[in-house]
Design a protein around this ligand. Structure first.
Ligand code: 5AD
Length: 451
């Protein structure tokens, strides 16, 4: 039996897909990249914006073509959870609809579907961590490790509490045991995953304890996490970050808006000042830390002044990068009841202006880095050309020349140019090359376009 699985959405979904493949391997399935060759076709979905769902609907139409009689087509993940049985009605080619807590019974559900049953499993299981399942991870130096599932925040725009259920944390010992086994297989970089990962608490240990324990696993050279909530950066957590050598100098810190009244209506539970204070505390304890964020424009009631406050926050923080989104109303979320919807063309125009600001700020920052030396992990062949793609601890992408054998290894590189977002670099292995004396990078060095 062969399974074909497509994944949409966040890193948590990628990790969940690895769990699903692990479960199905136990049932005797082998993976295929060819939908036409599969007996079981699965799509692991995202529900965070309407656009994500529309893409899946379109894709389900295409996958229908590969479905031979006896094959099973299943929808997994957040969209499955959100729509439940209505998805079976809406998409007659779909046999199974299984939410993020239902994967344990996937084998049985698939067997039923082969007999012609169309089934839905969208029950939340507040105990479910799939602790006994070994995820089928892609080989490589990097691995995602889920430490927390669900979300207890209630941001008014967000569907995730409805699709992933209540927050729960894995036991610290279980997480550490998993990281040890990954290290034994050659993994050197681990990204801890949770919806609000720094609110991690297993009843005994908090996120600071987890960072220390994970960072102490021999062989783990890089530790990352995503995504945190600004309110859960206690001094304890920041102190742990500063004290763990493996902890990378990058935090993705979603702000959503820079306007105080919009933050209030979003129920983000922090003020602009409190967010900026979090940024300042991180920068003080973790020098050189790179900061990226998520921003929503066009939230109900957002005025031009609110938008300008968001833009000024981007400039004030000086983000290394930002993911920007137009607000997308999600059924049954509290924000759908907030009056004064922003017209689509206004939201679209704000999005364009925000993207411009984000690019300008990031470019300025990245130009200032040209000439500096960084340790990179070589990740893969670049998408185009014959360069290799590598990543700094601060999460900057660097294209370098080198043999394929370098993939999975660490190198020192000097950044030689930037497109404004990604870099080109040369390997300076074996010796640490600092910035040439008295040289200001942006002023003196040629900025080369990367491939
Ligand atoms: N509309 C637009 N963007 C959203 N996000 C979450 N919900 C919505 C929504 N309803 C964005 C947030 C979040 C990211 C993962 O997706 O910025 O941080």
């Amino acid at each position: 039996m062969k399974v074909y699985l497509e994944t949409y959405g966040c890193q948590m979904n990628v990790a969940d897909s690895e769990l699903v493949l692990g479960l199905l391997e136990r049932e005797g399935y082998a993976r295929t990249d060819d939908p036409a060759a599969a007996d079981l076709l699965l799509v692991n979905t995202c529900a965070v914006r309407d656009h994500a769902e529309q893409r899946v609907i379109g894709r389900l139409g295409e996958l229908k073509r590969h479905k031979r009689s006896g094959d099973v087509l299943g929808v997994l993940g957040c969209m499955a959870q959100r729509l439940g049985p209505t998805l079976l009605k809406r998409a007659p080619q779909v046999d199974l609809v299984v939410g993020p807590d239902g994967y344990r019974s996937l084998g049985a559900l698939v067997a039923g579907a082969r007999e012609g049953e169309r089934r839905t499993d969208v029950e939340f299981k507040s105990w479910e961590h799939y602790e006994d399942v070994t995820p089928a991870r892609a080989a490589g130096a990097s691995a995602f490790v889920t430490v927390q599932r669900g979300c207890d925040y209630r941001c008014t725009f967000c569907v995730v509490p409805m699709t992933r259920g209540p927050e729960r944390s894995r036991k610290l010992e279980d997480v550490v045991a998993e990281i040890r086994s990954l290290a034994a297989r050659g993994v050197t970089e681990v990204t801890l995953l949770g919806q609000t990962v720094n609110s991690y608490n297993d009843g005994t240990a908090d996120f600071a304890d987890l960072l220390r324990a994970a960072g102490a696993v021999p062989g783990i050279r890089r530790l990352r996490f995503t995504s945190p909530h600004p309110n859960d950066f206690t001094d304890r957590v920041i102190q742990a970050m500063a004290g763990v050598p493996a902890m990378c100098e990058h935090v993705h810190l979603p702000v959503q808006s820079g306007s105080p009244p919009v933050l209030k209506r979003m129920l983000r539970r922090y003020t602009r000042e409190a967010y900026l204070d979090c940024v300042a505390r991180l920068r003080k304890r973790v020098p050189g830390i790179a900061l990226t964020t998520d921003i929503i424009v066009g939230f109900p009631g957002e005025t031009e002044a609110d938008f300008l406050a968001t833009r000024s926050l981007v400039e004030e923080v000086g983000y290394d990068d930002a993911y920007t989104f137009k607000y997308s109303p999600r059924d049954a979320t509290p924000a759908t009841k907030i009056p004064h919807a922003v017209p689509d063309d206004v939201a679209g125009e704000r999005l364009q202006r925000l993207i411009e600001t984000v690019r300008t700020v990031a470019r300025r920052k990245n130009l200032g880095l040209v000439g500096s030396t960084h340790e990179v992990l070589v990740e893969a062949h670049a998408r185009r050309g014959d360069a290799l793609q590598a990543r700094t601890r601060t999460n900057k992408i660097v294209l370098i020349e080198g043999p394929a054998g370098w993939i999975g290894t660490y190198r020192d590189v000097r950044l030689t140019g930037t497109t404004g977002s990604t870099f080109s670099g040369v390997v300076t292995d074996g010796r640490t090359v600092g910035r040439p004396d008295g040289h200001t990078a942006a002023g003196g060095l040629t900025v080369l376009p990367t491939v």
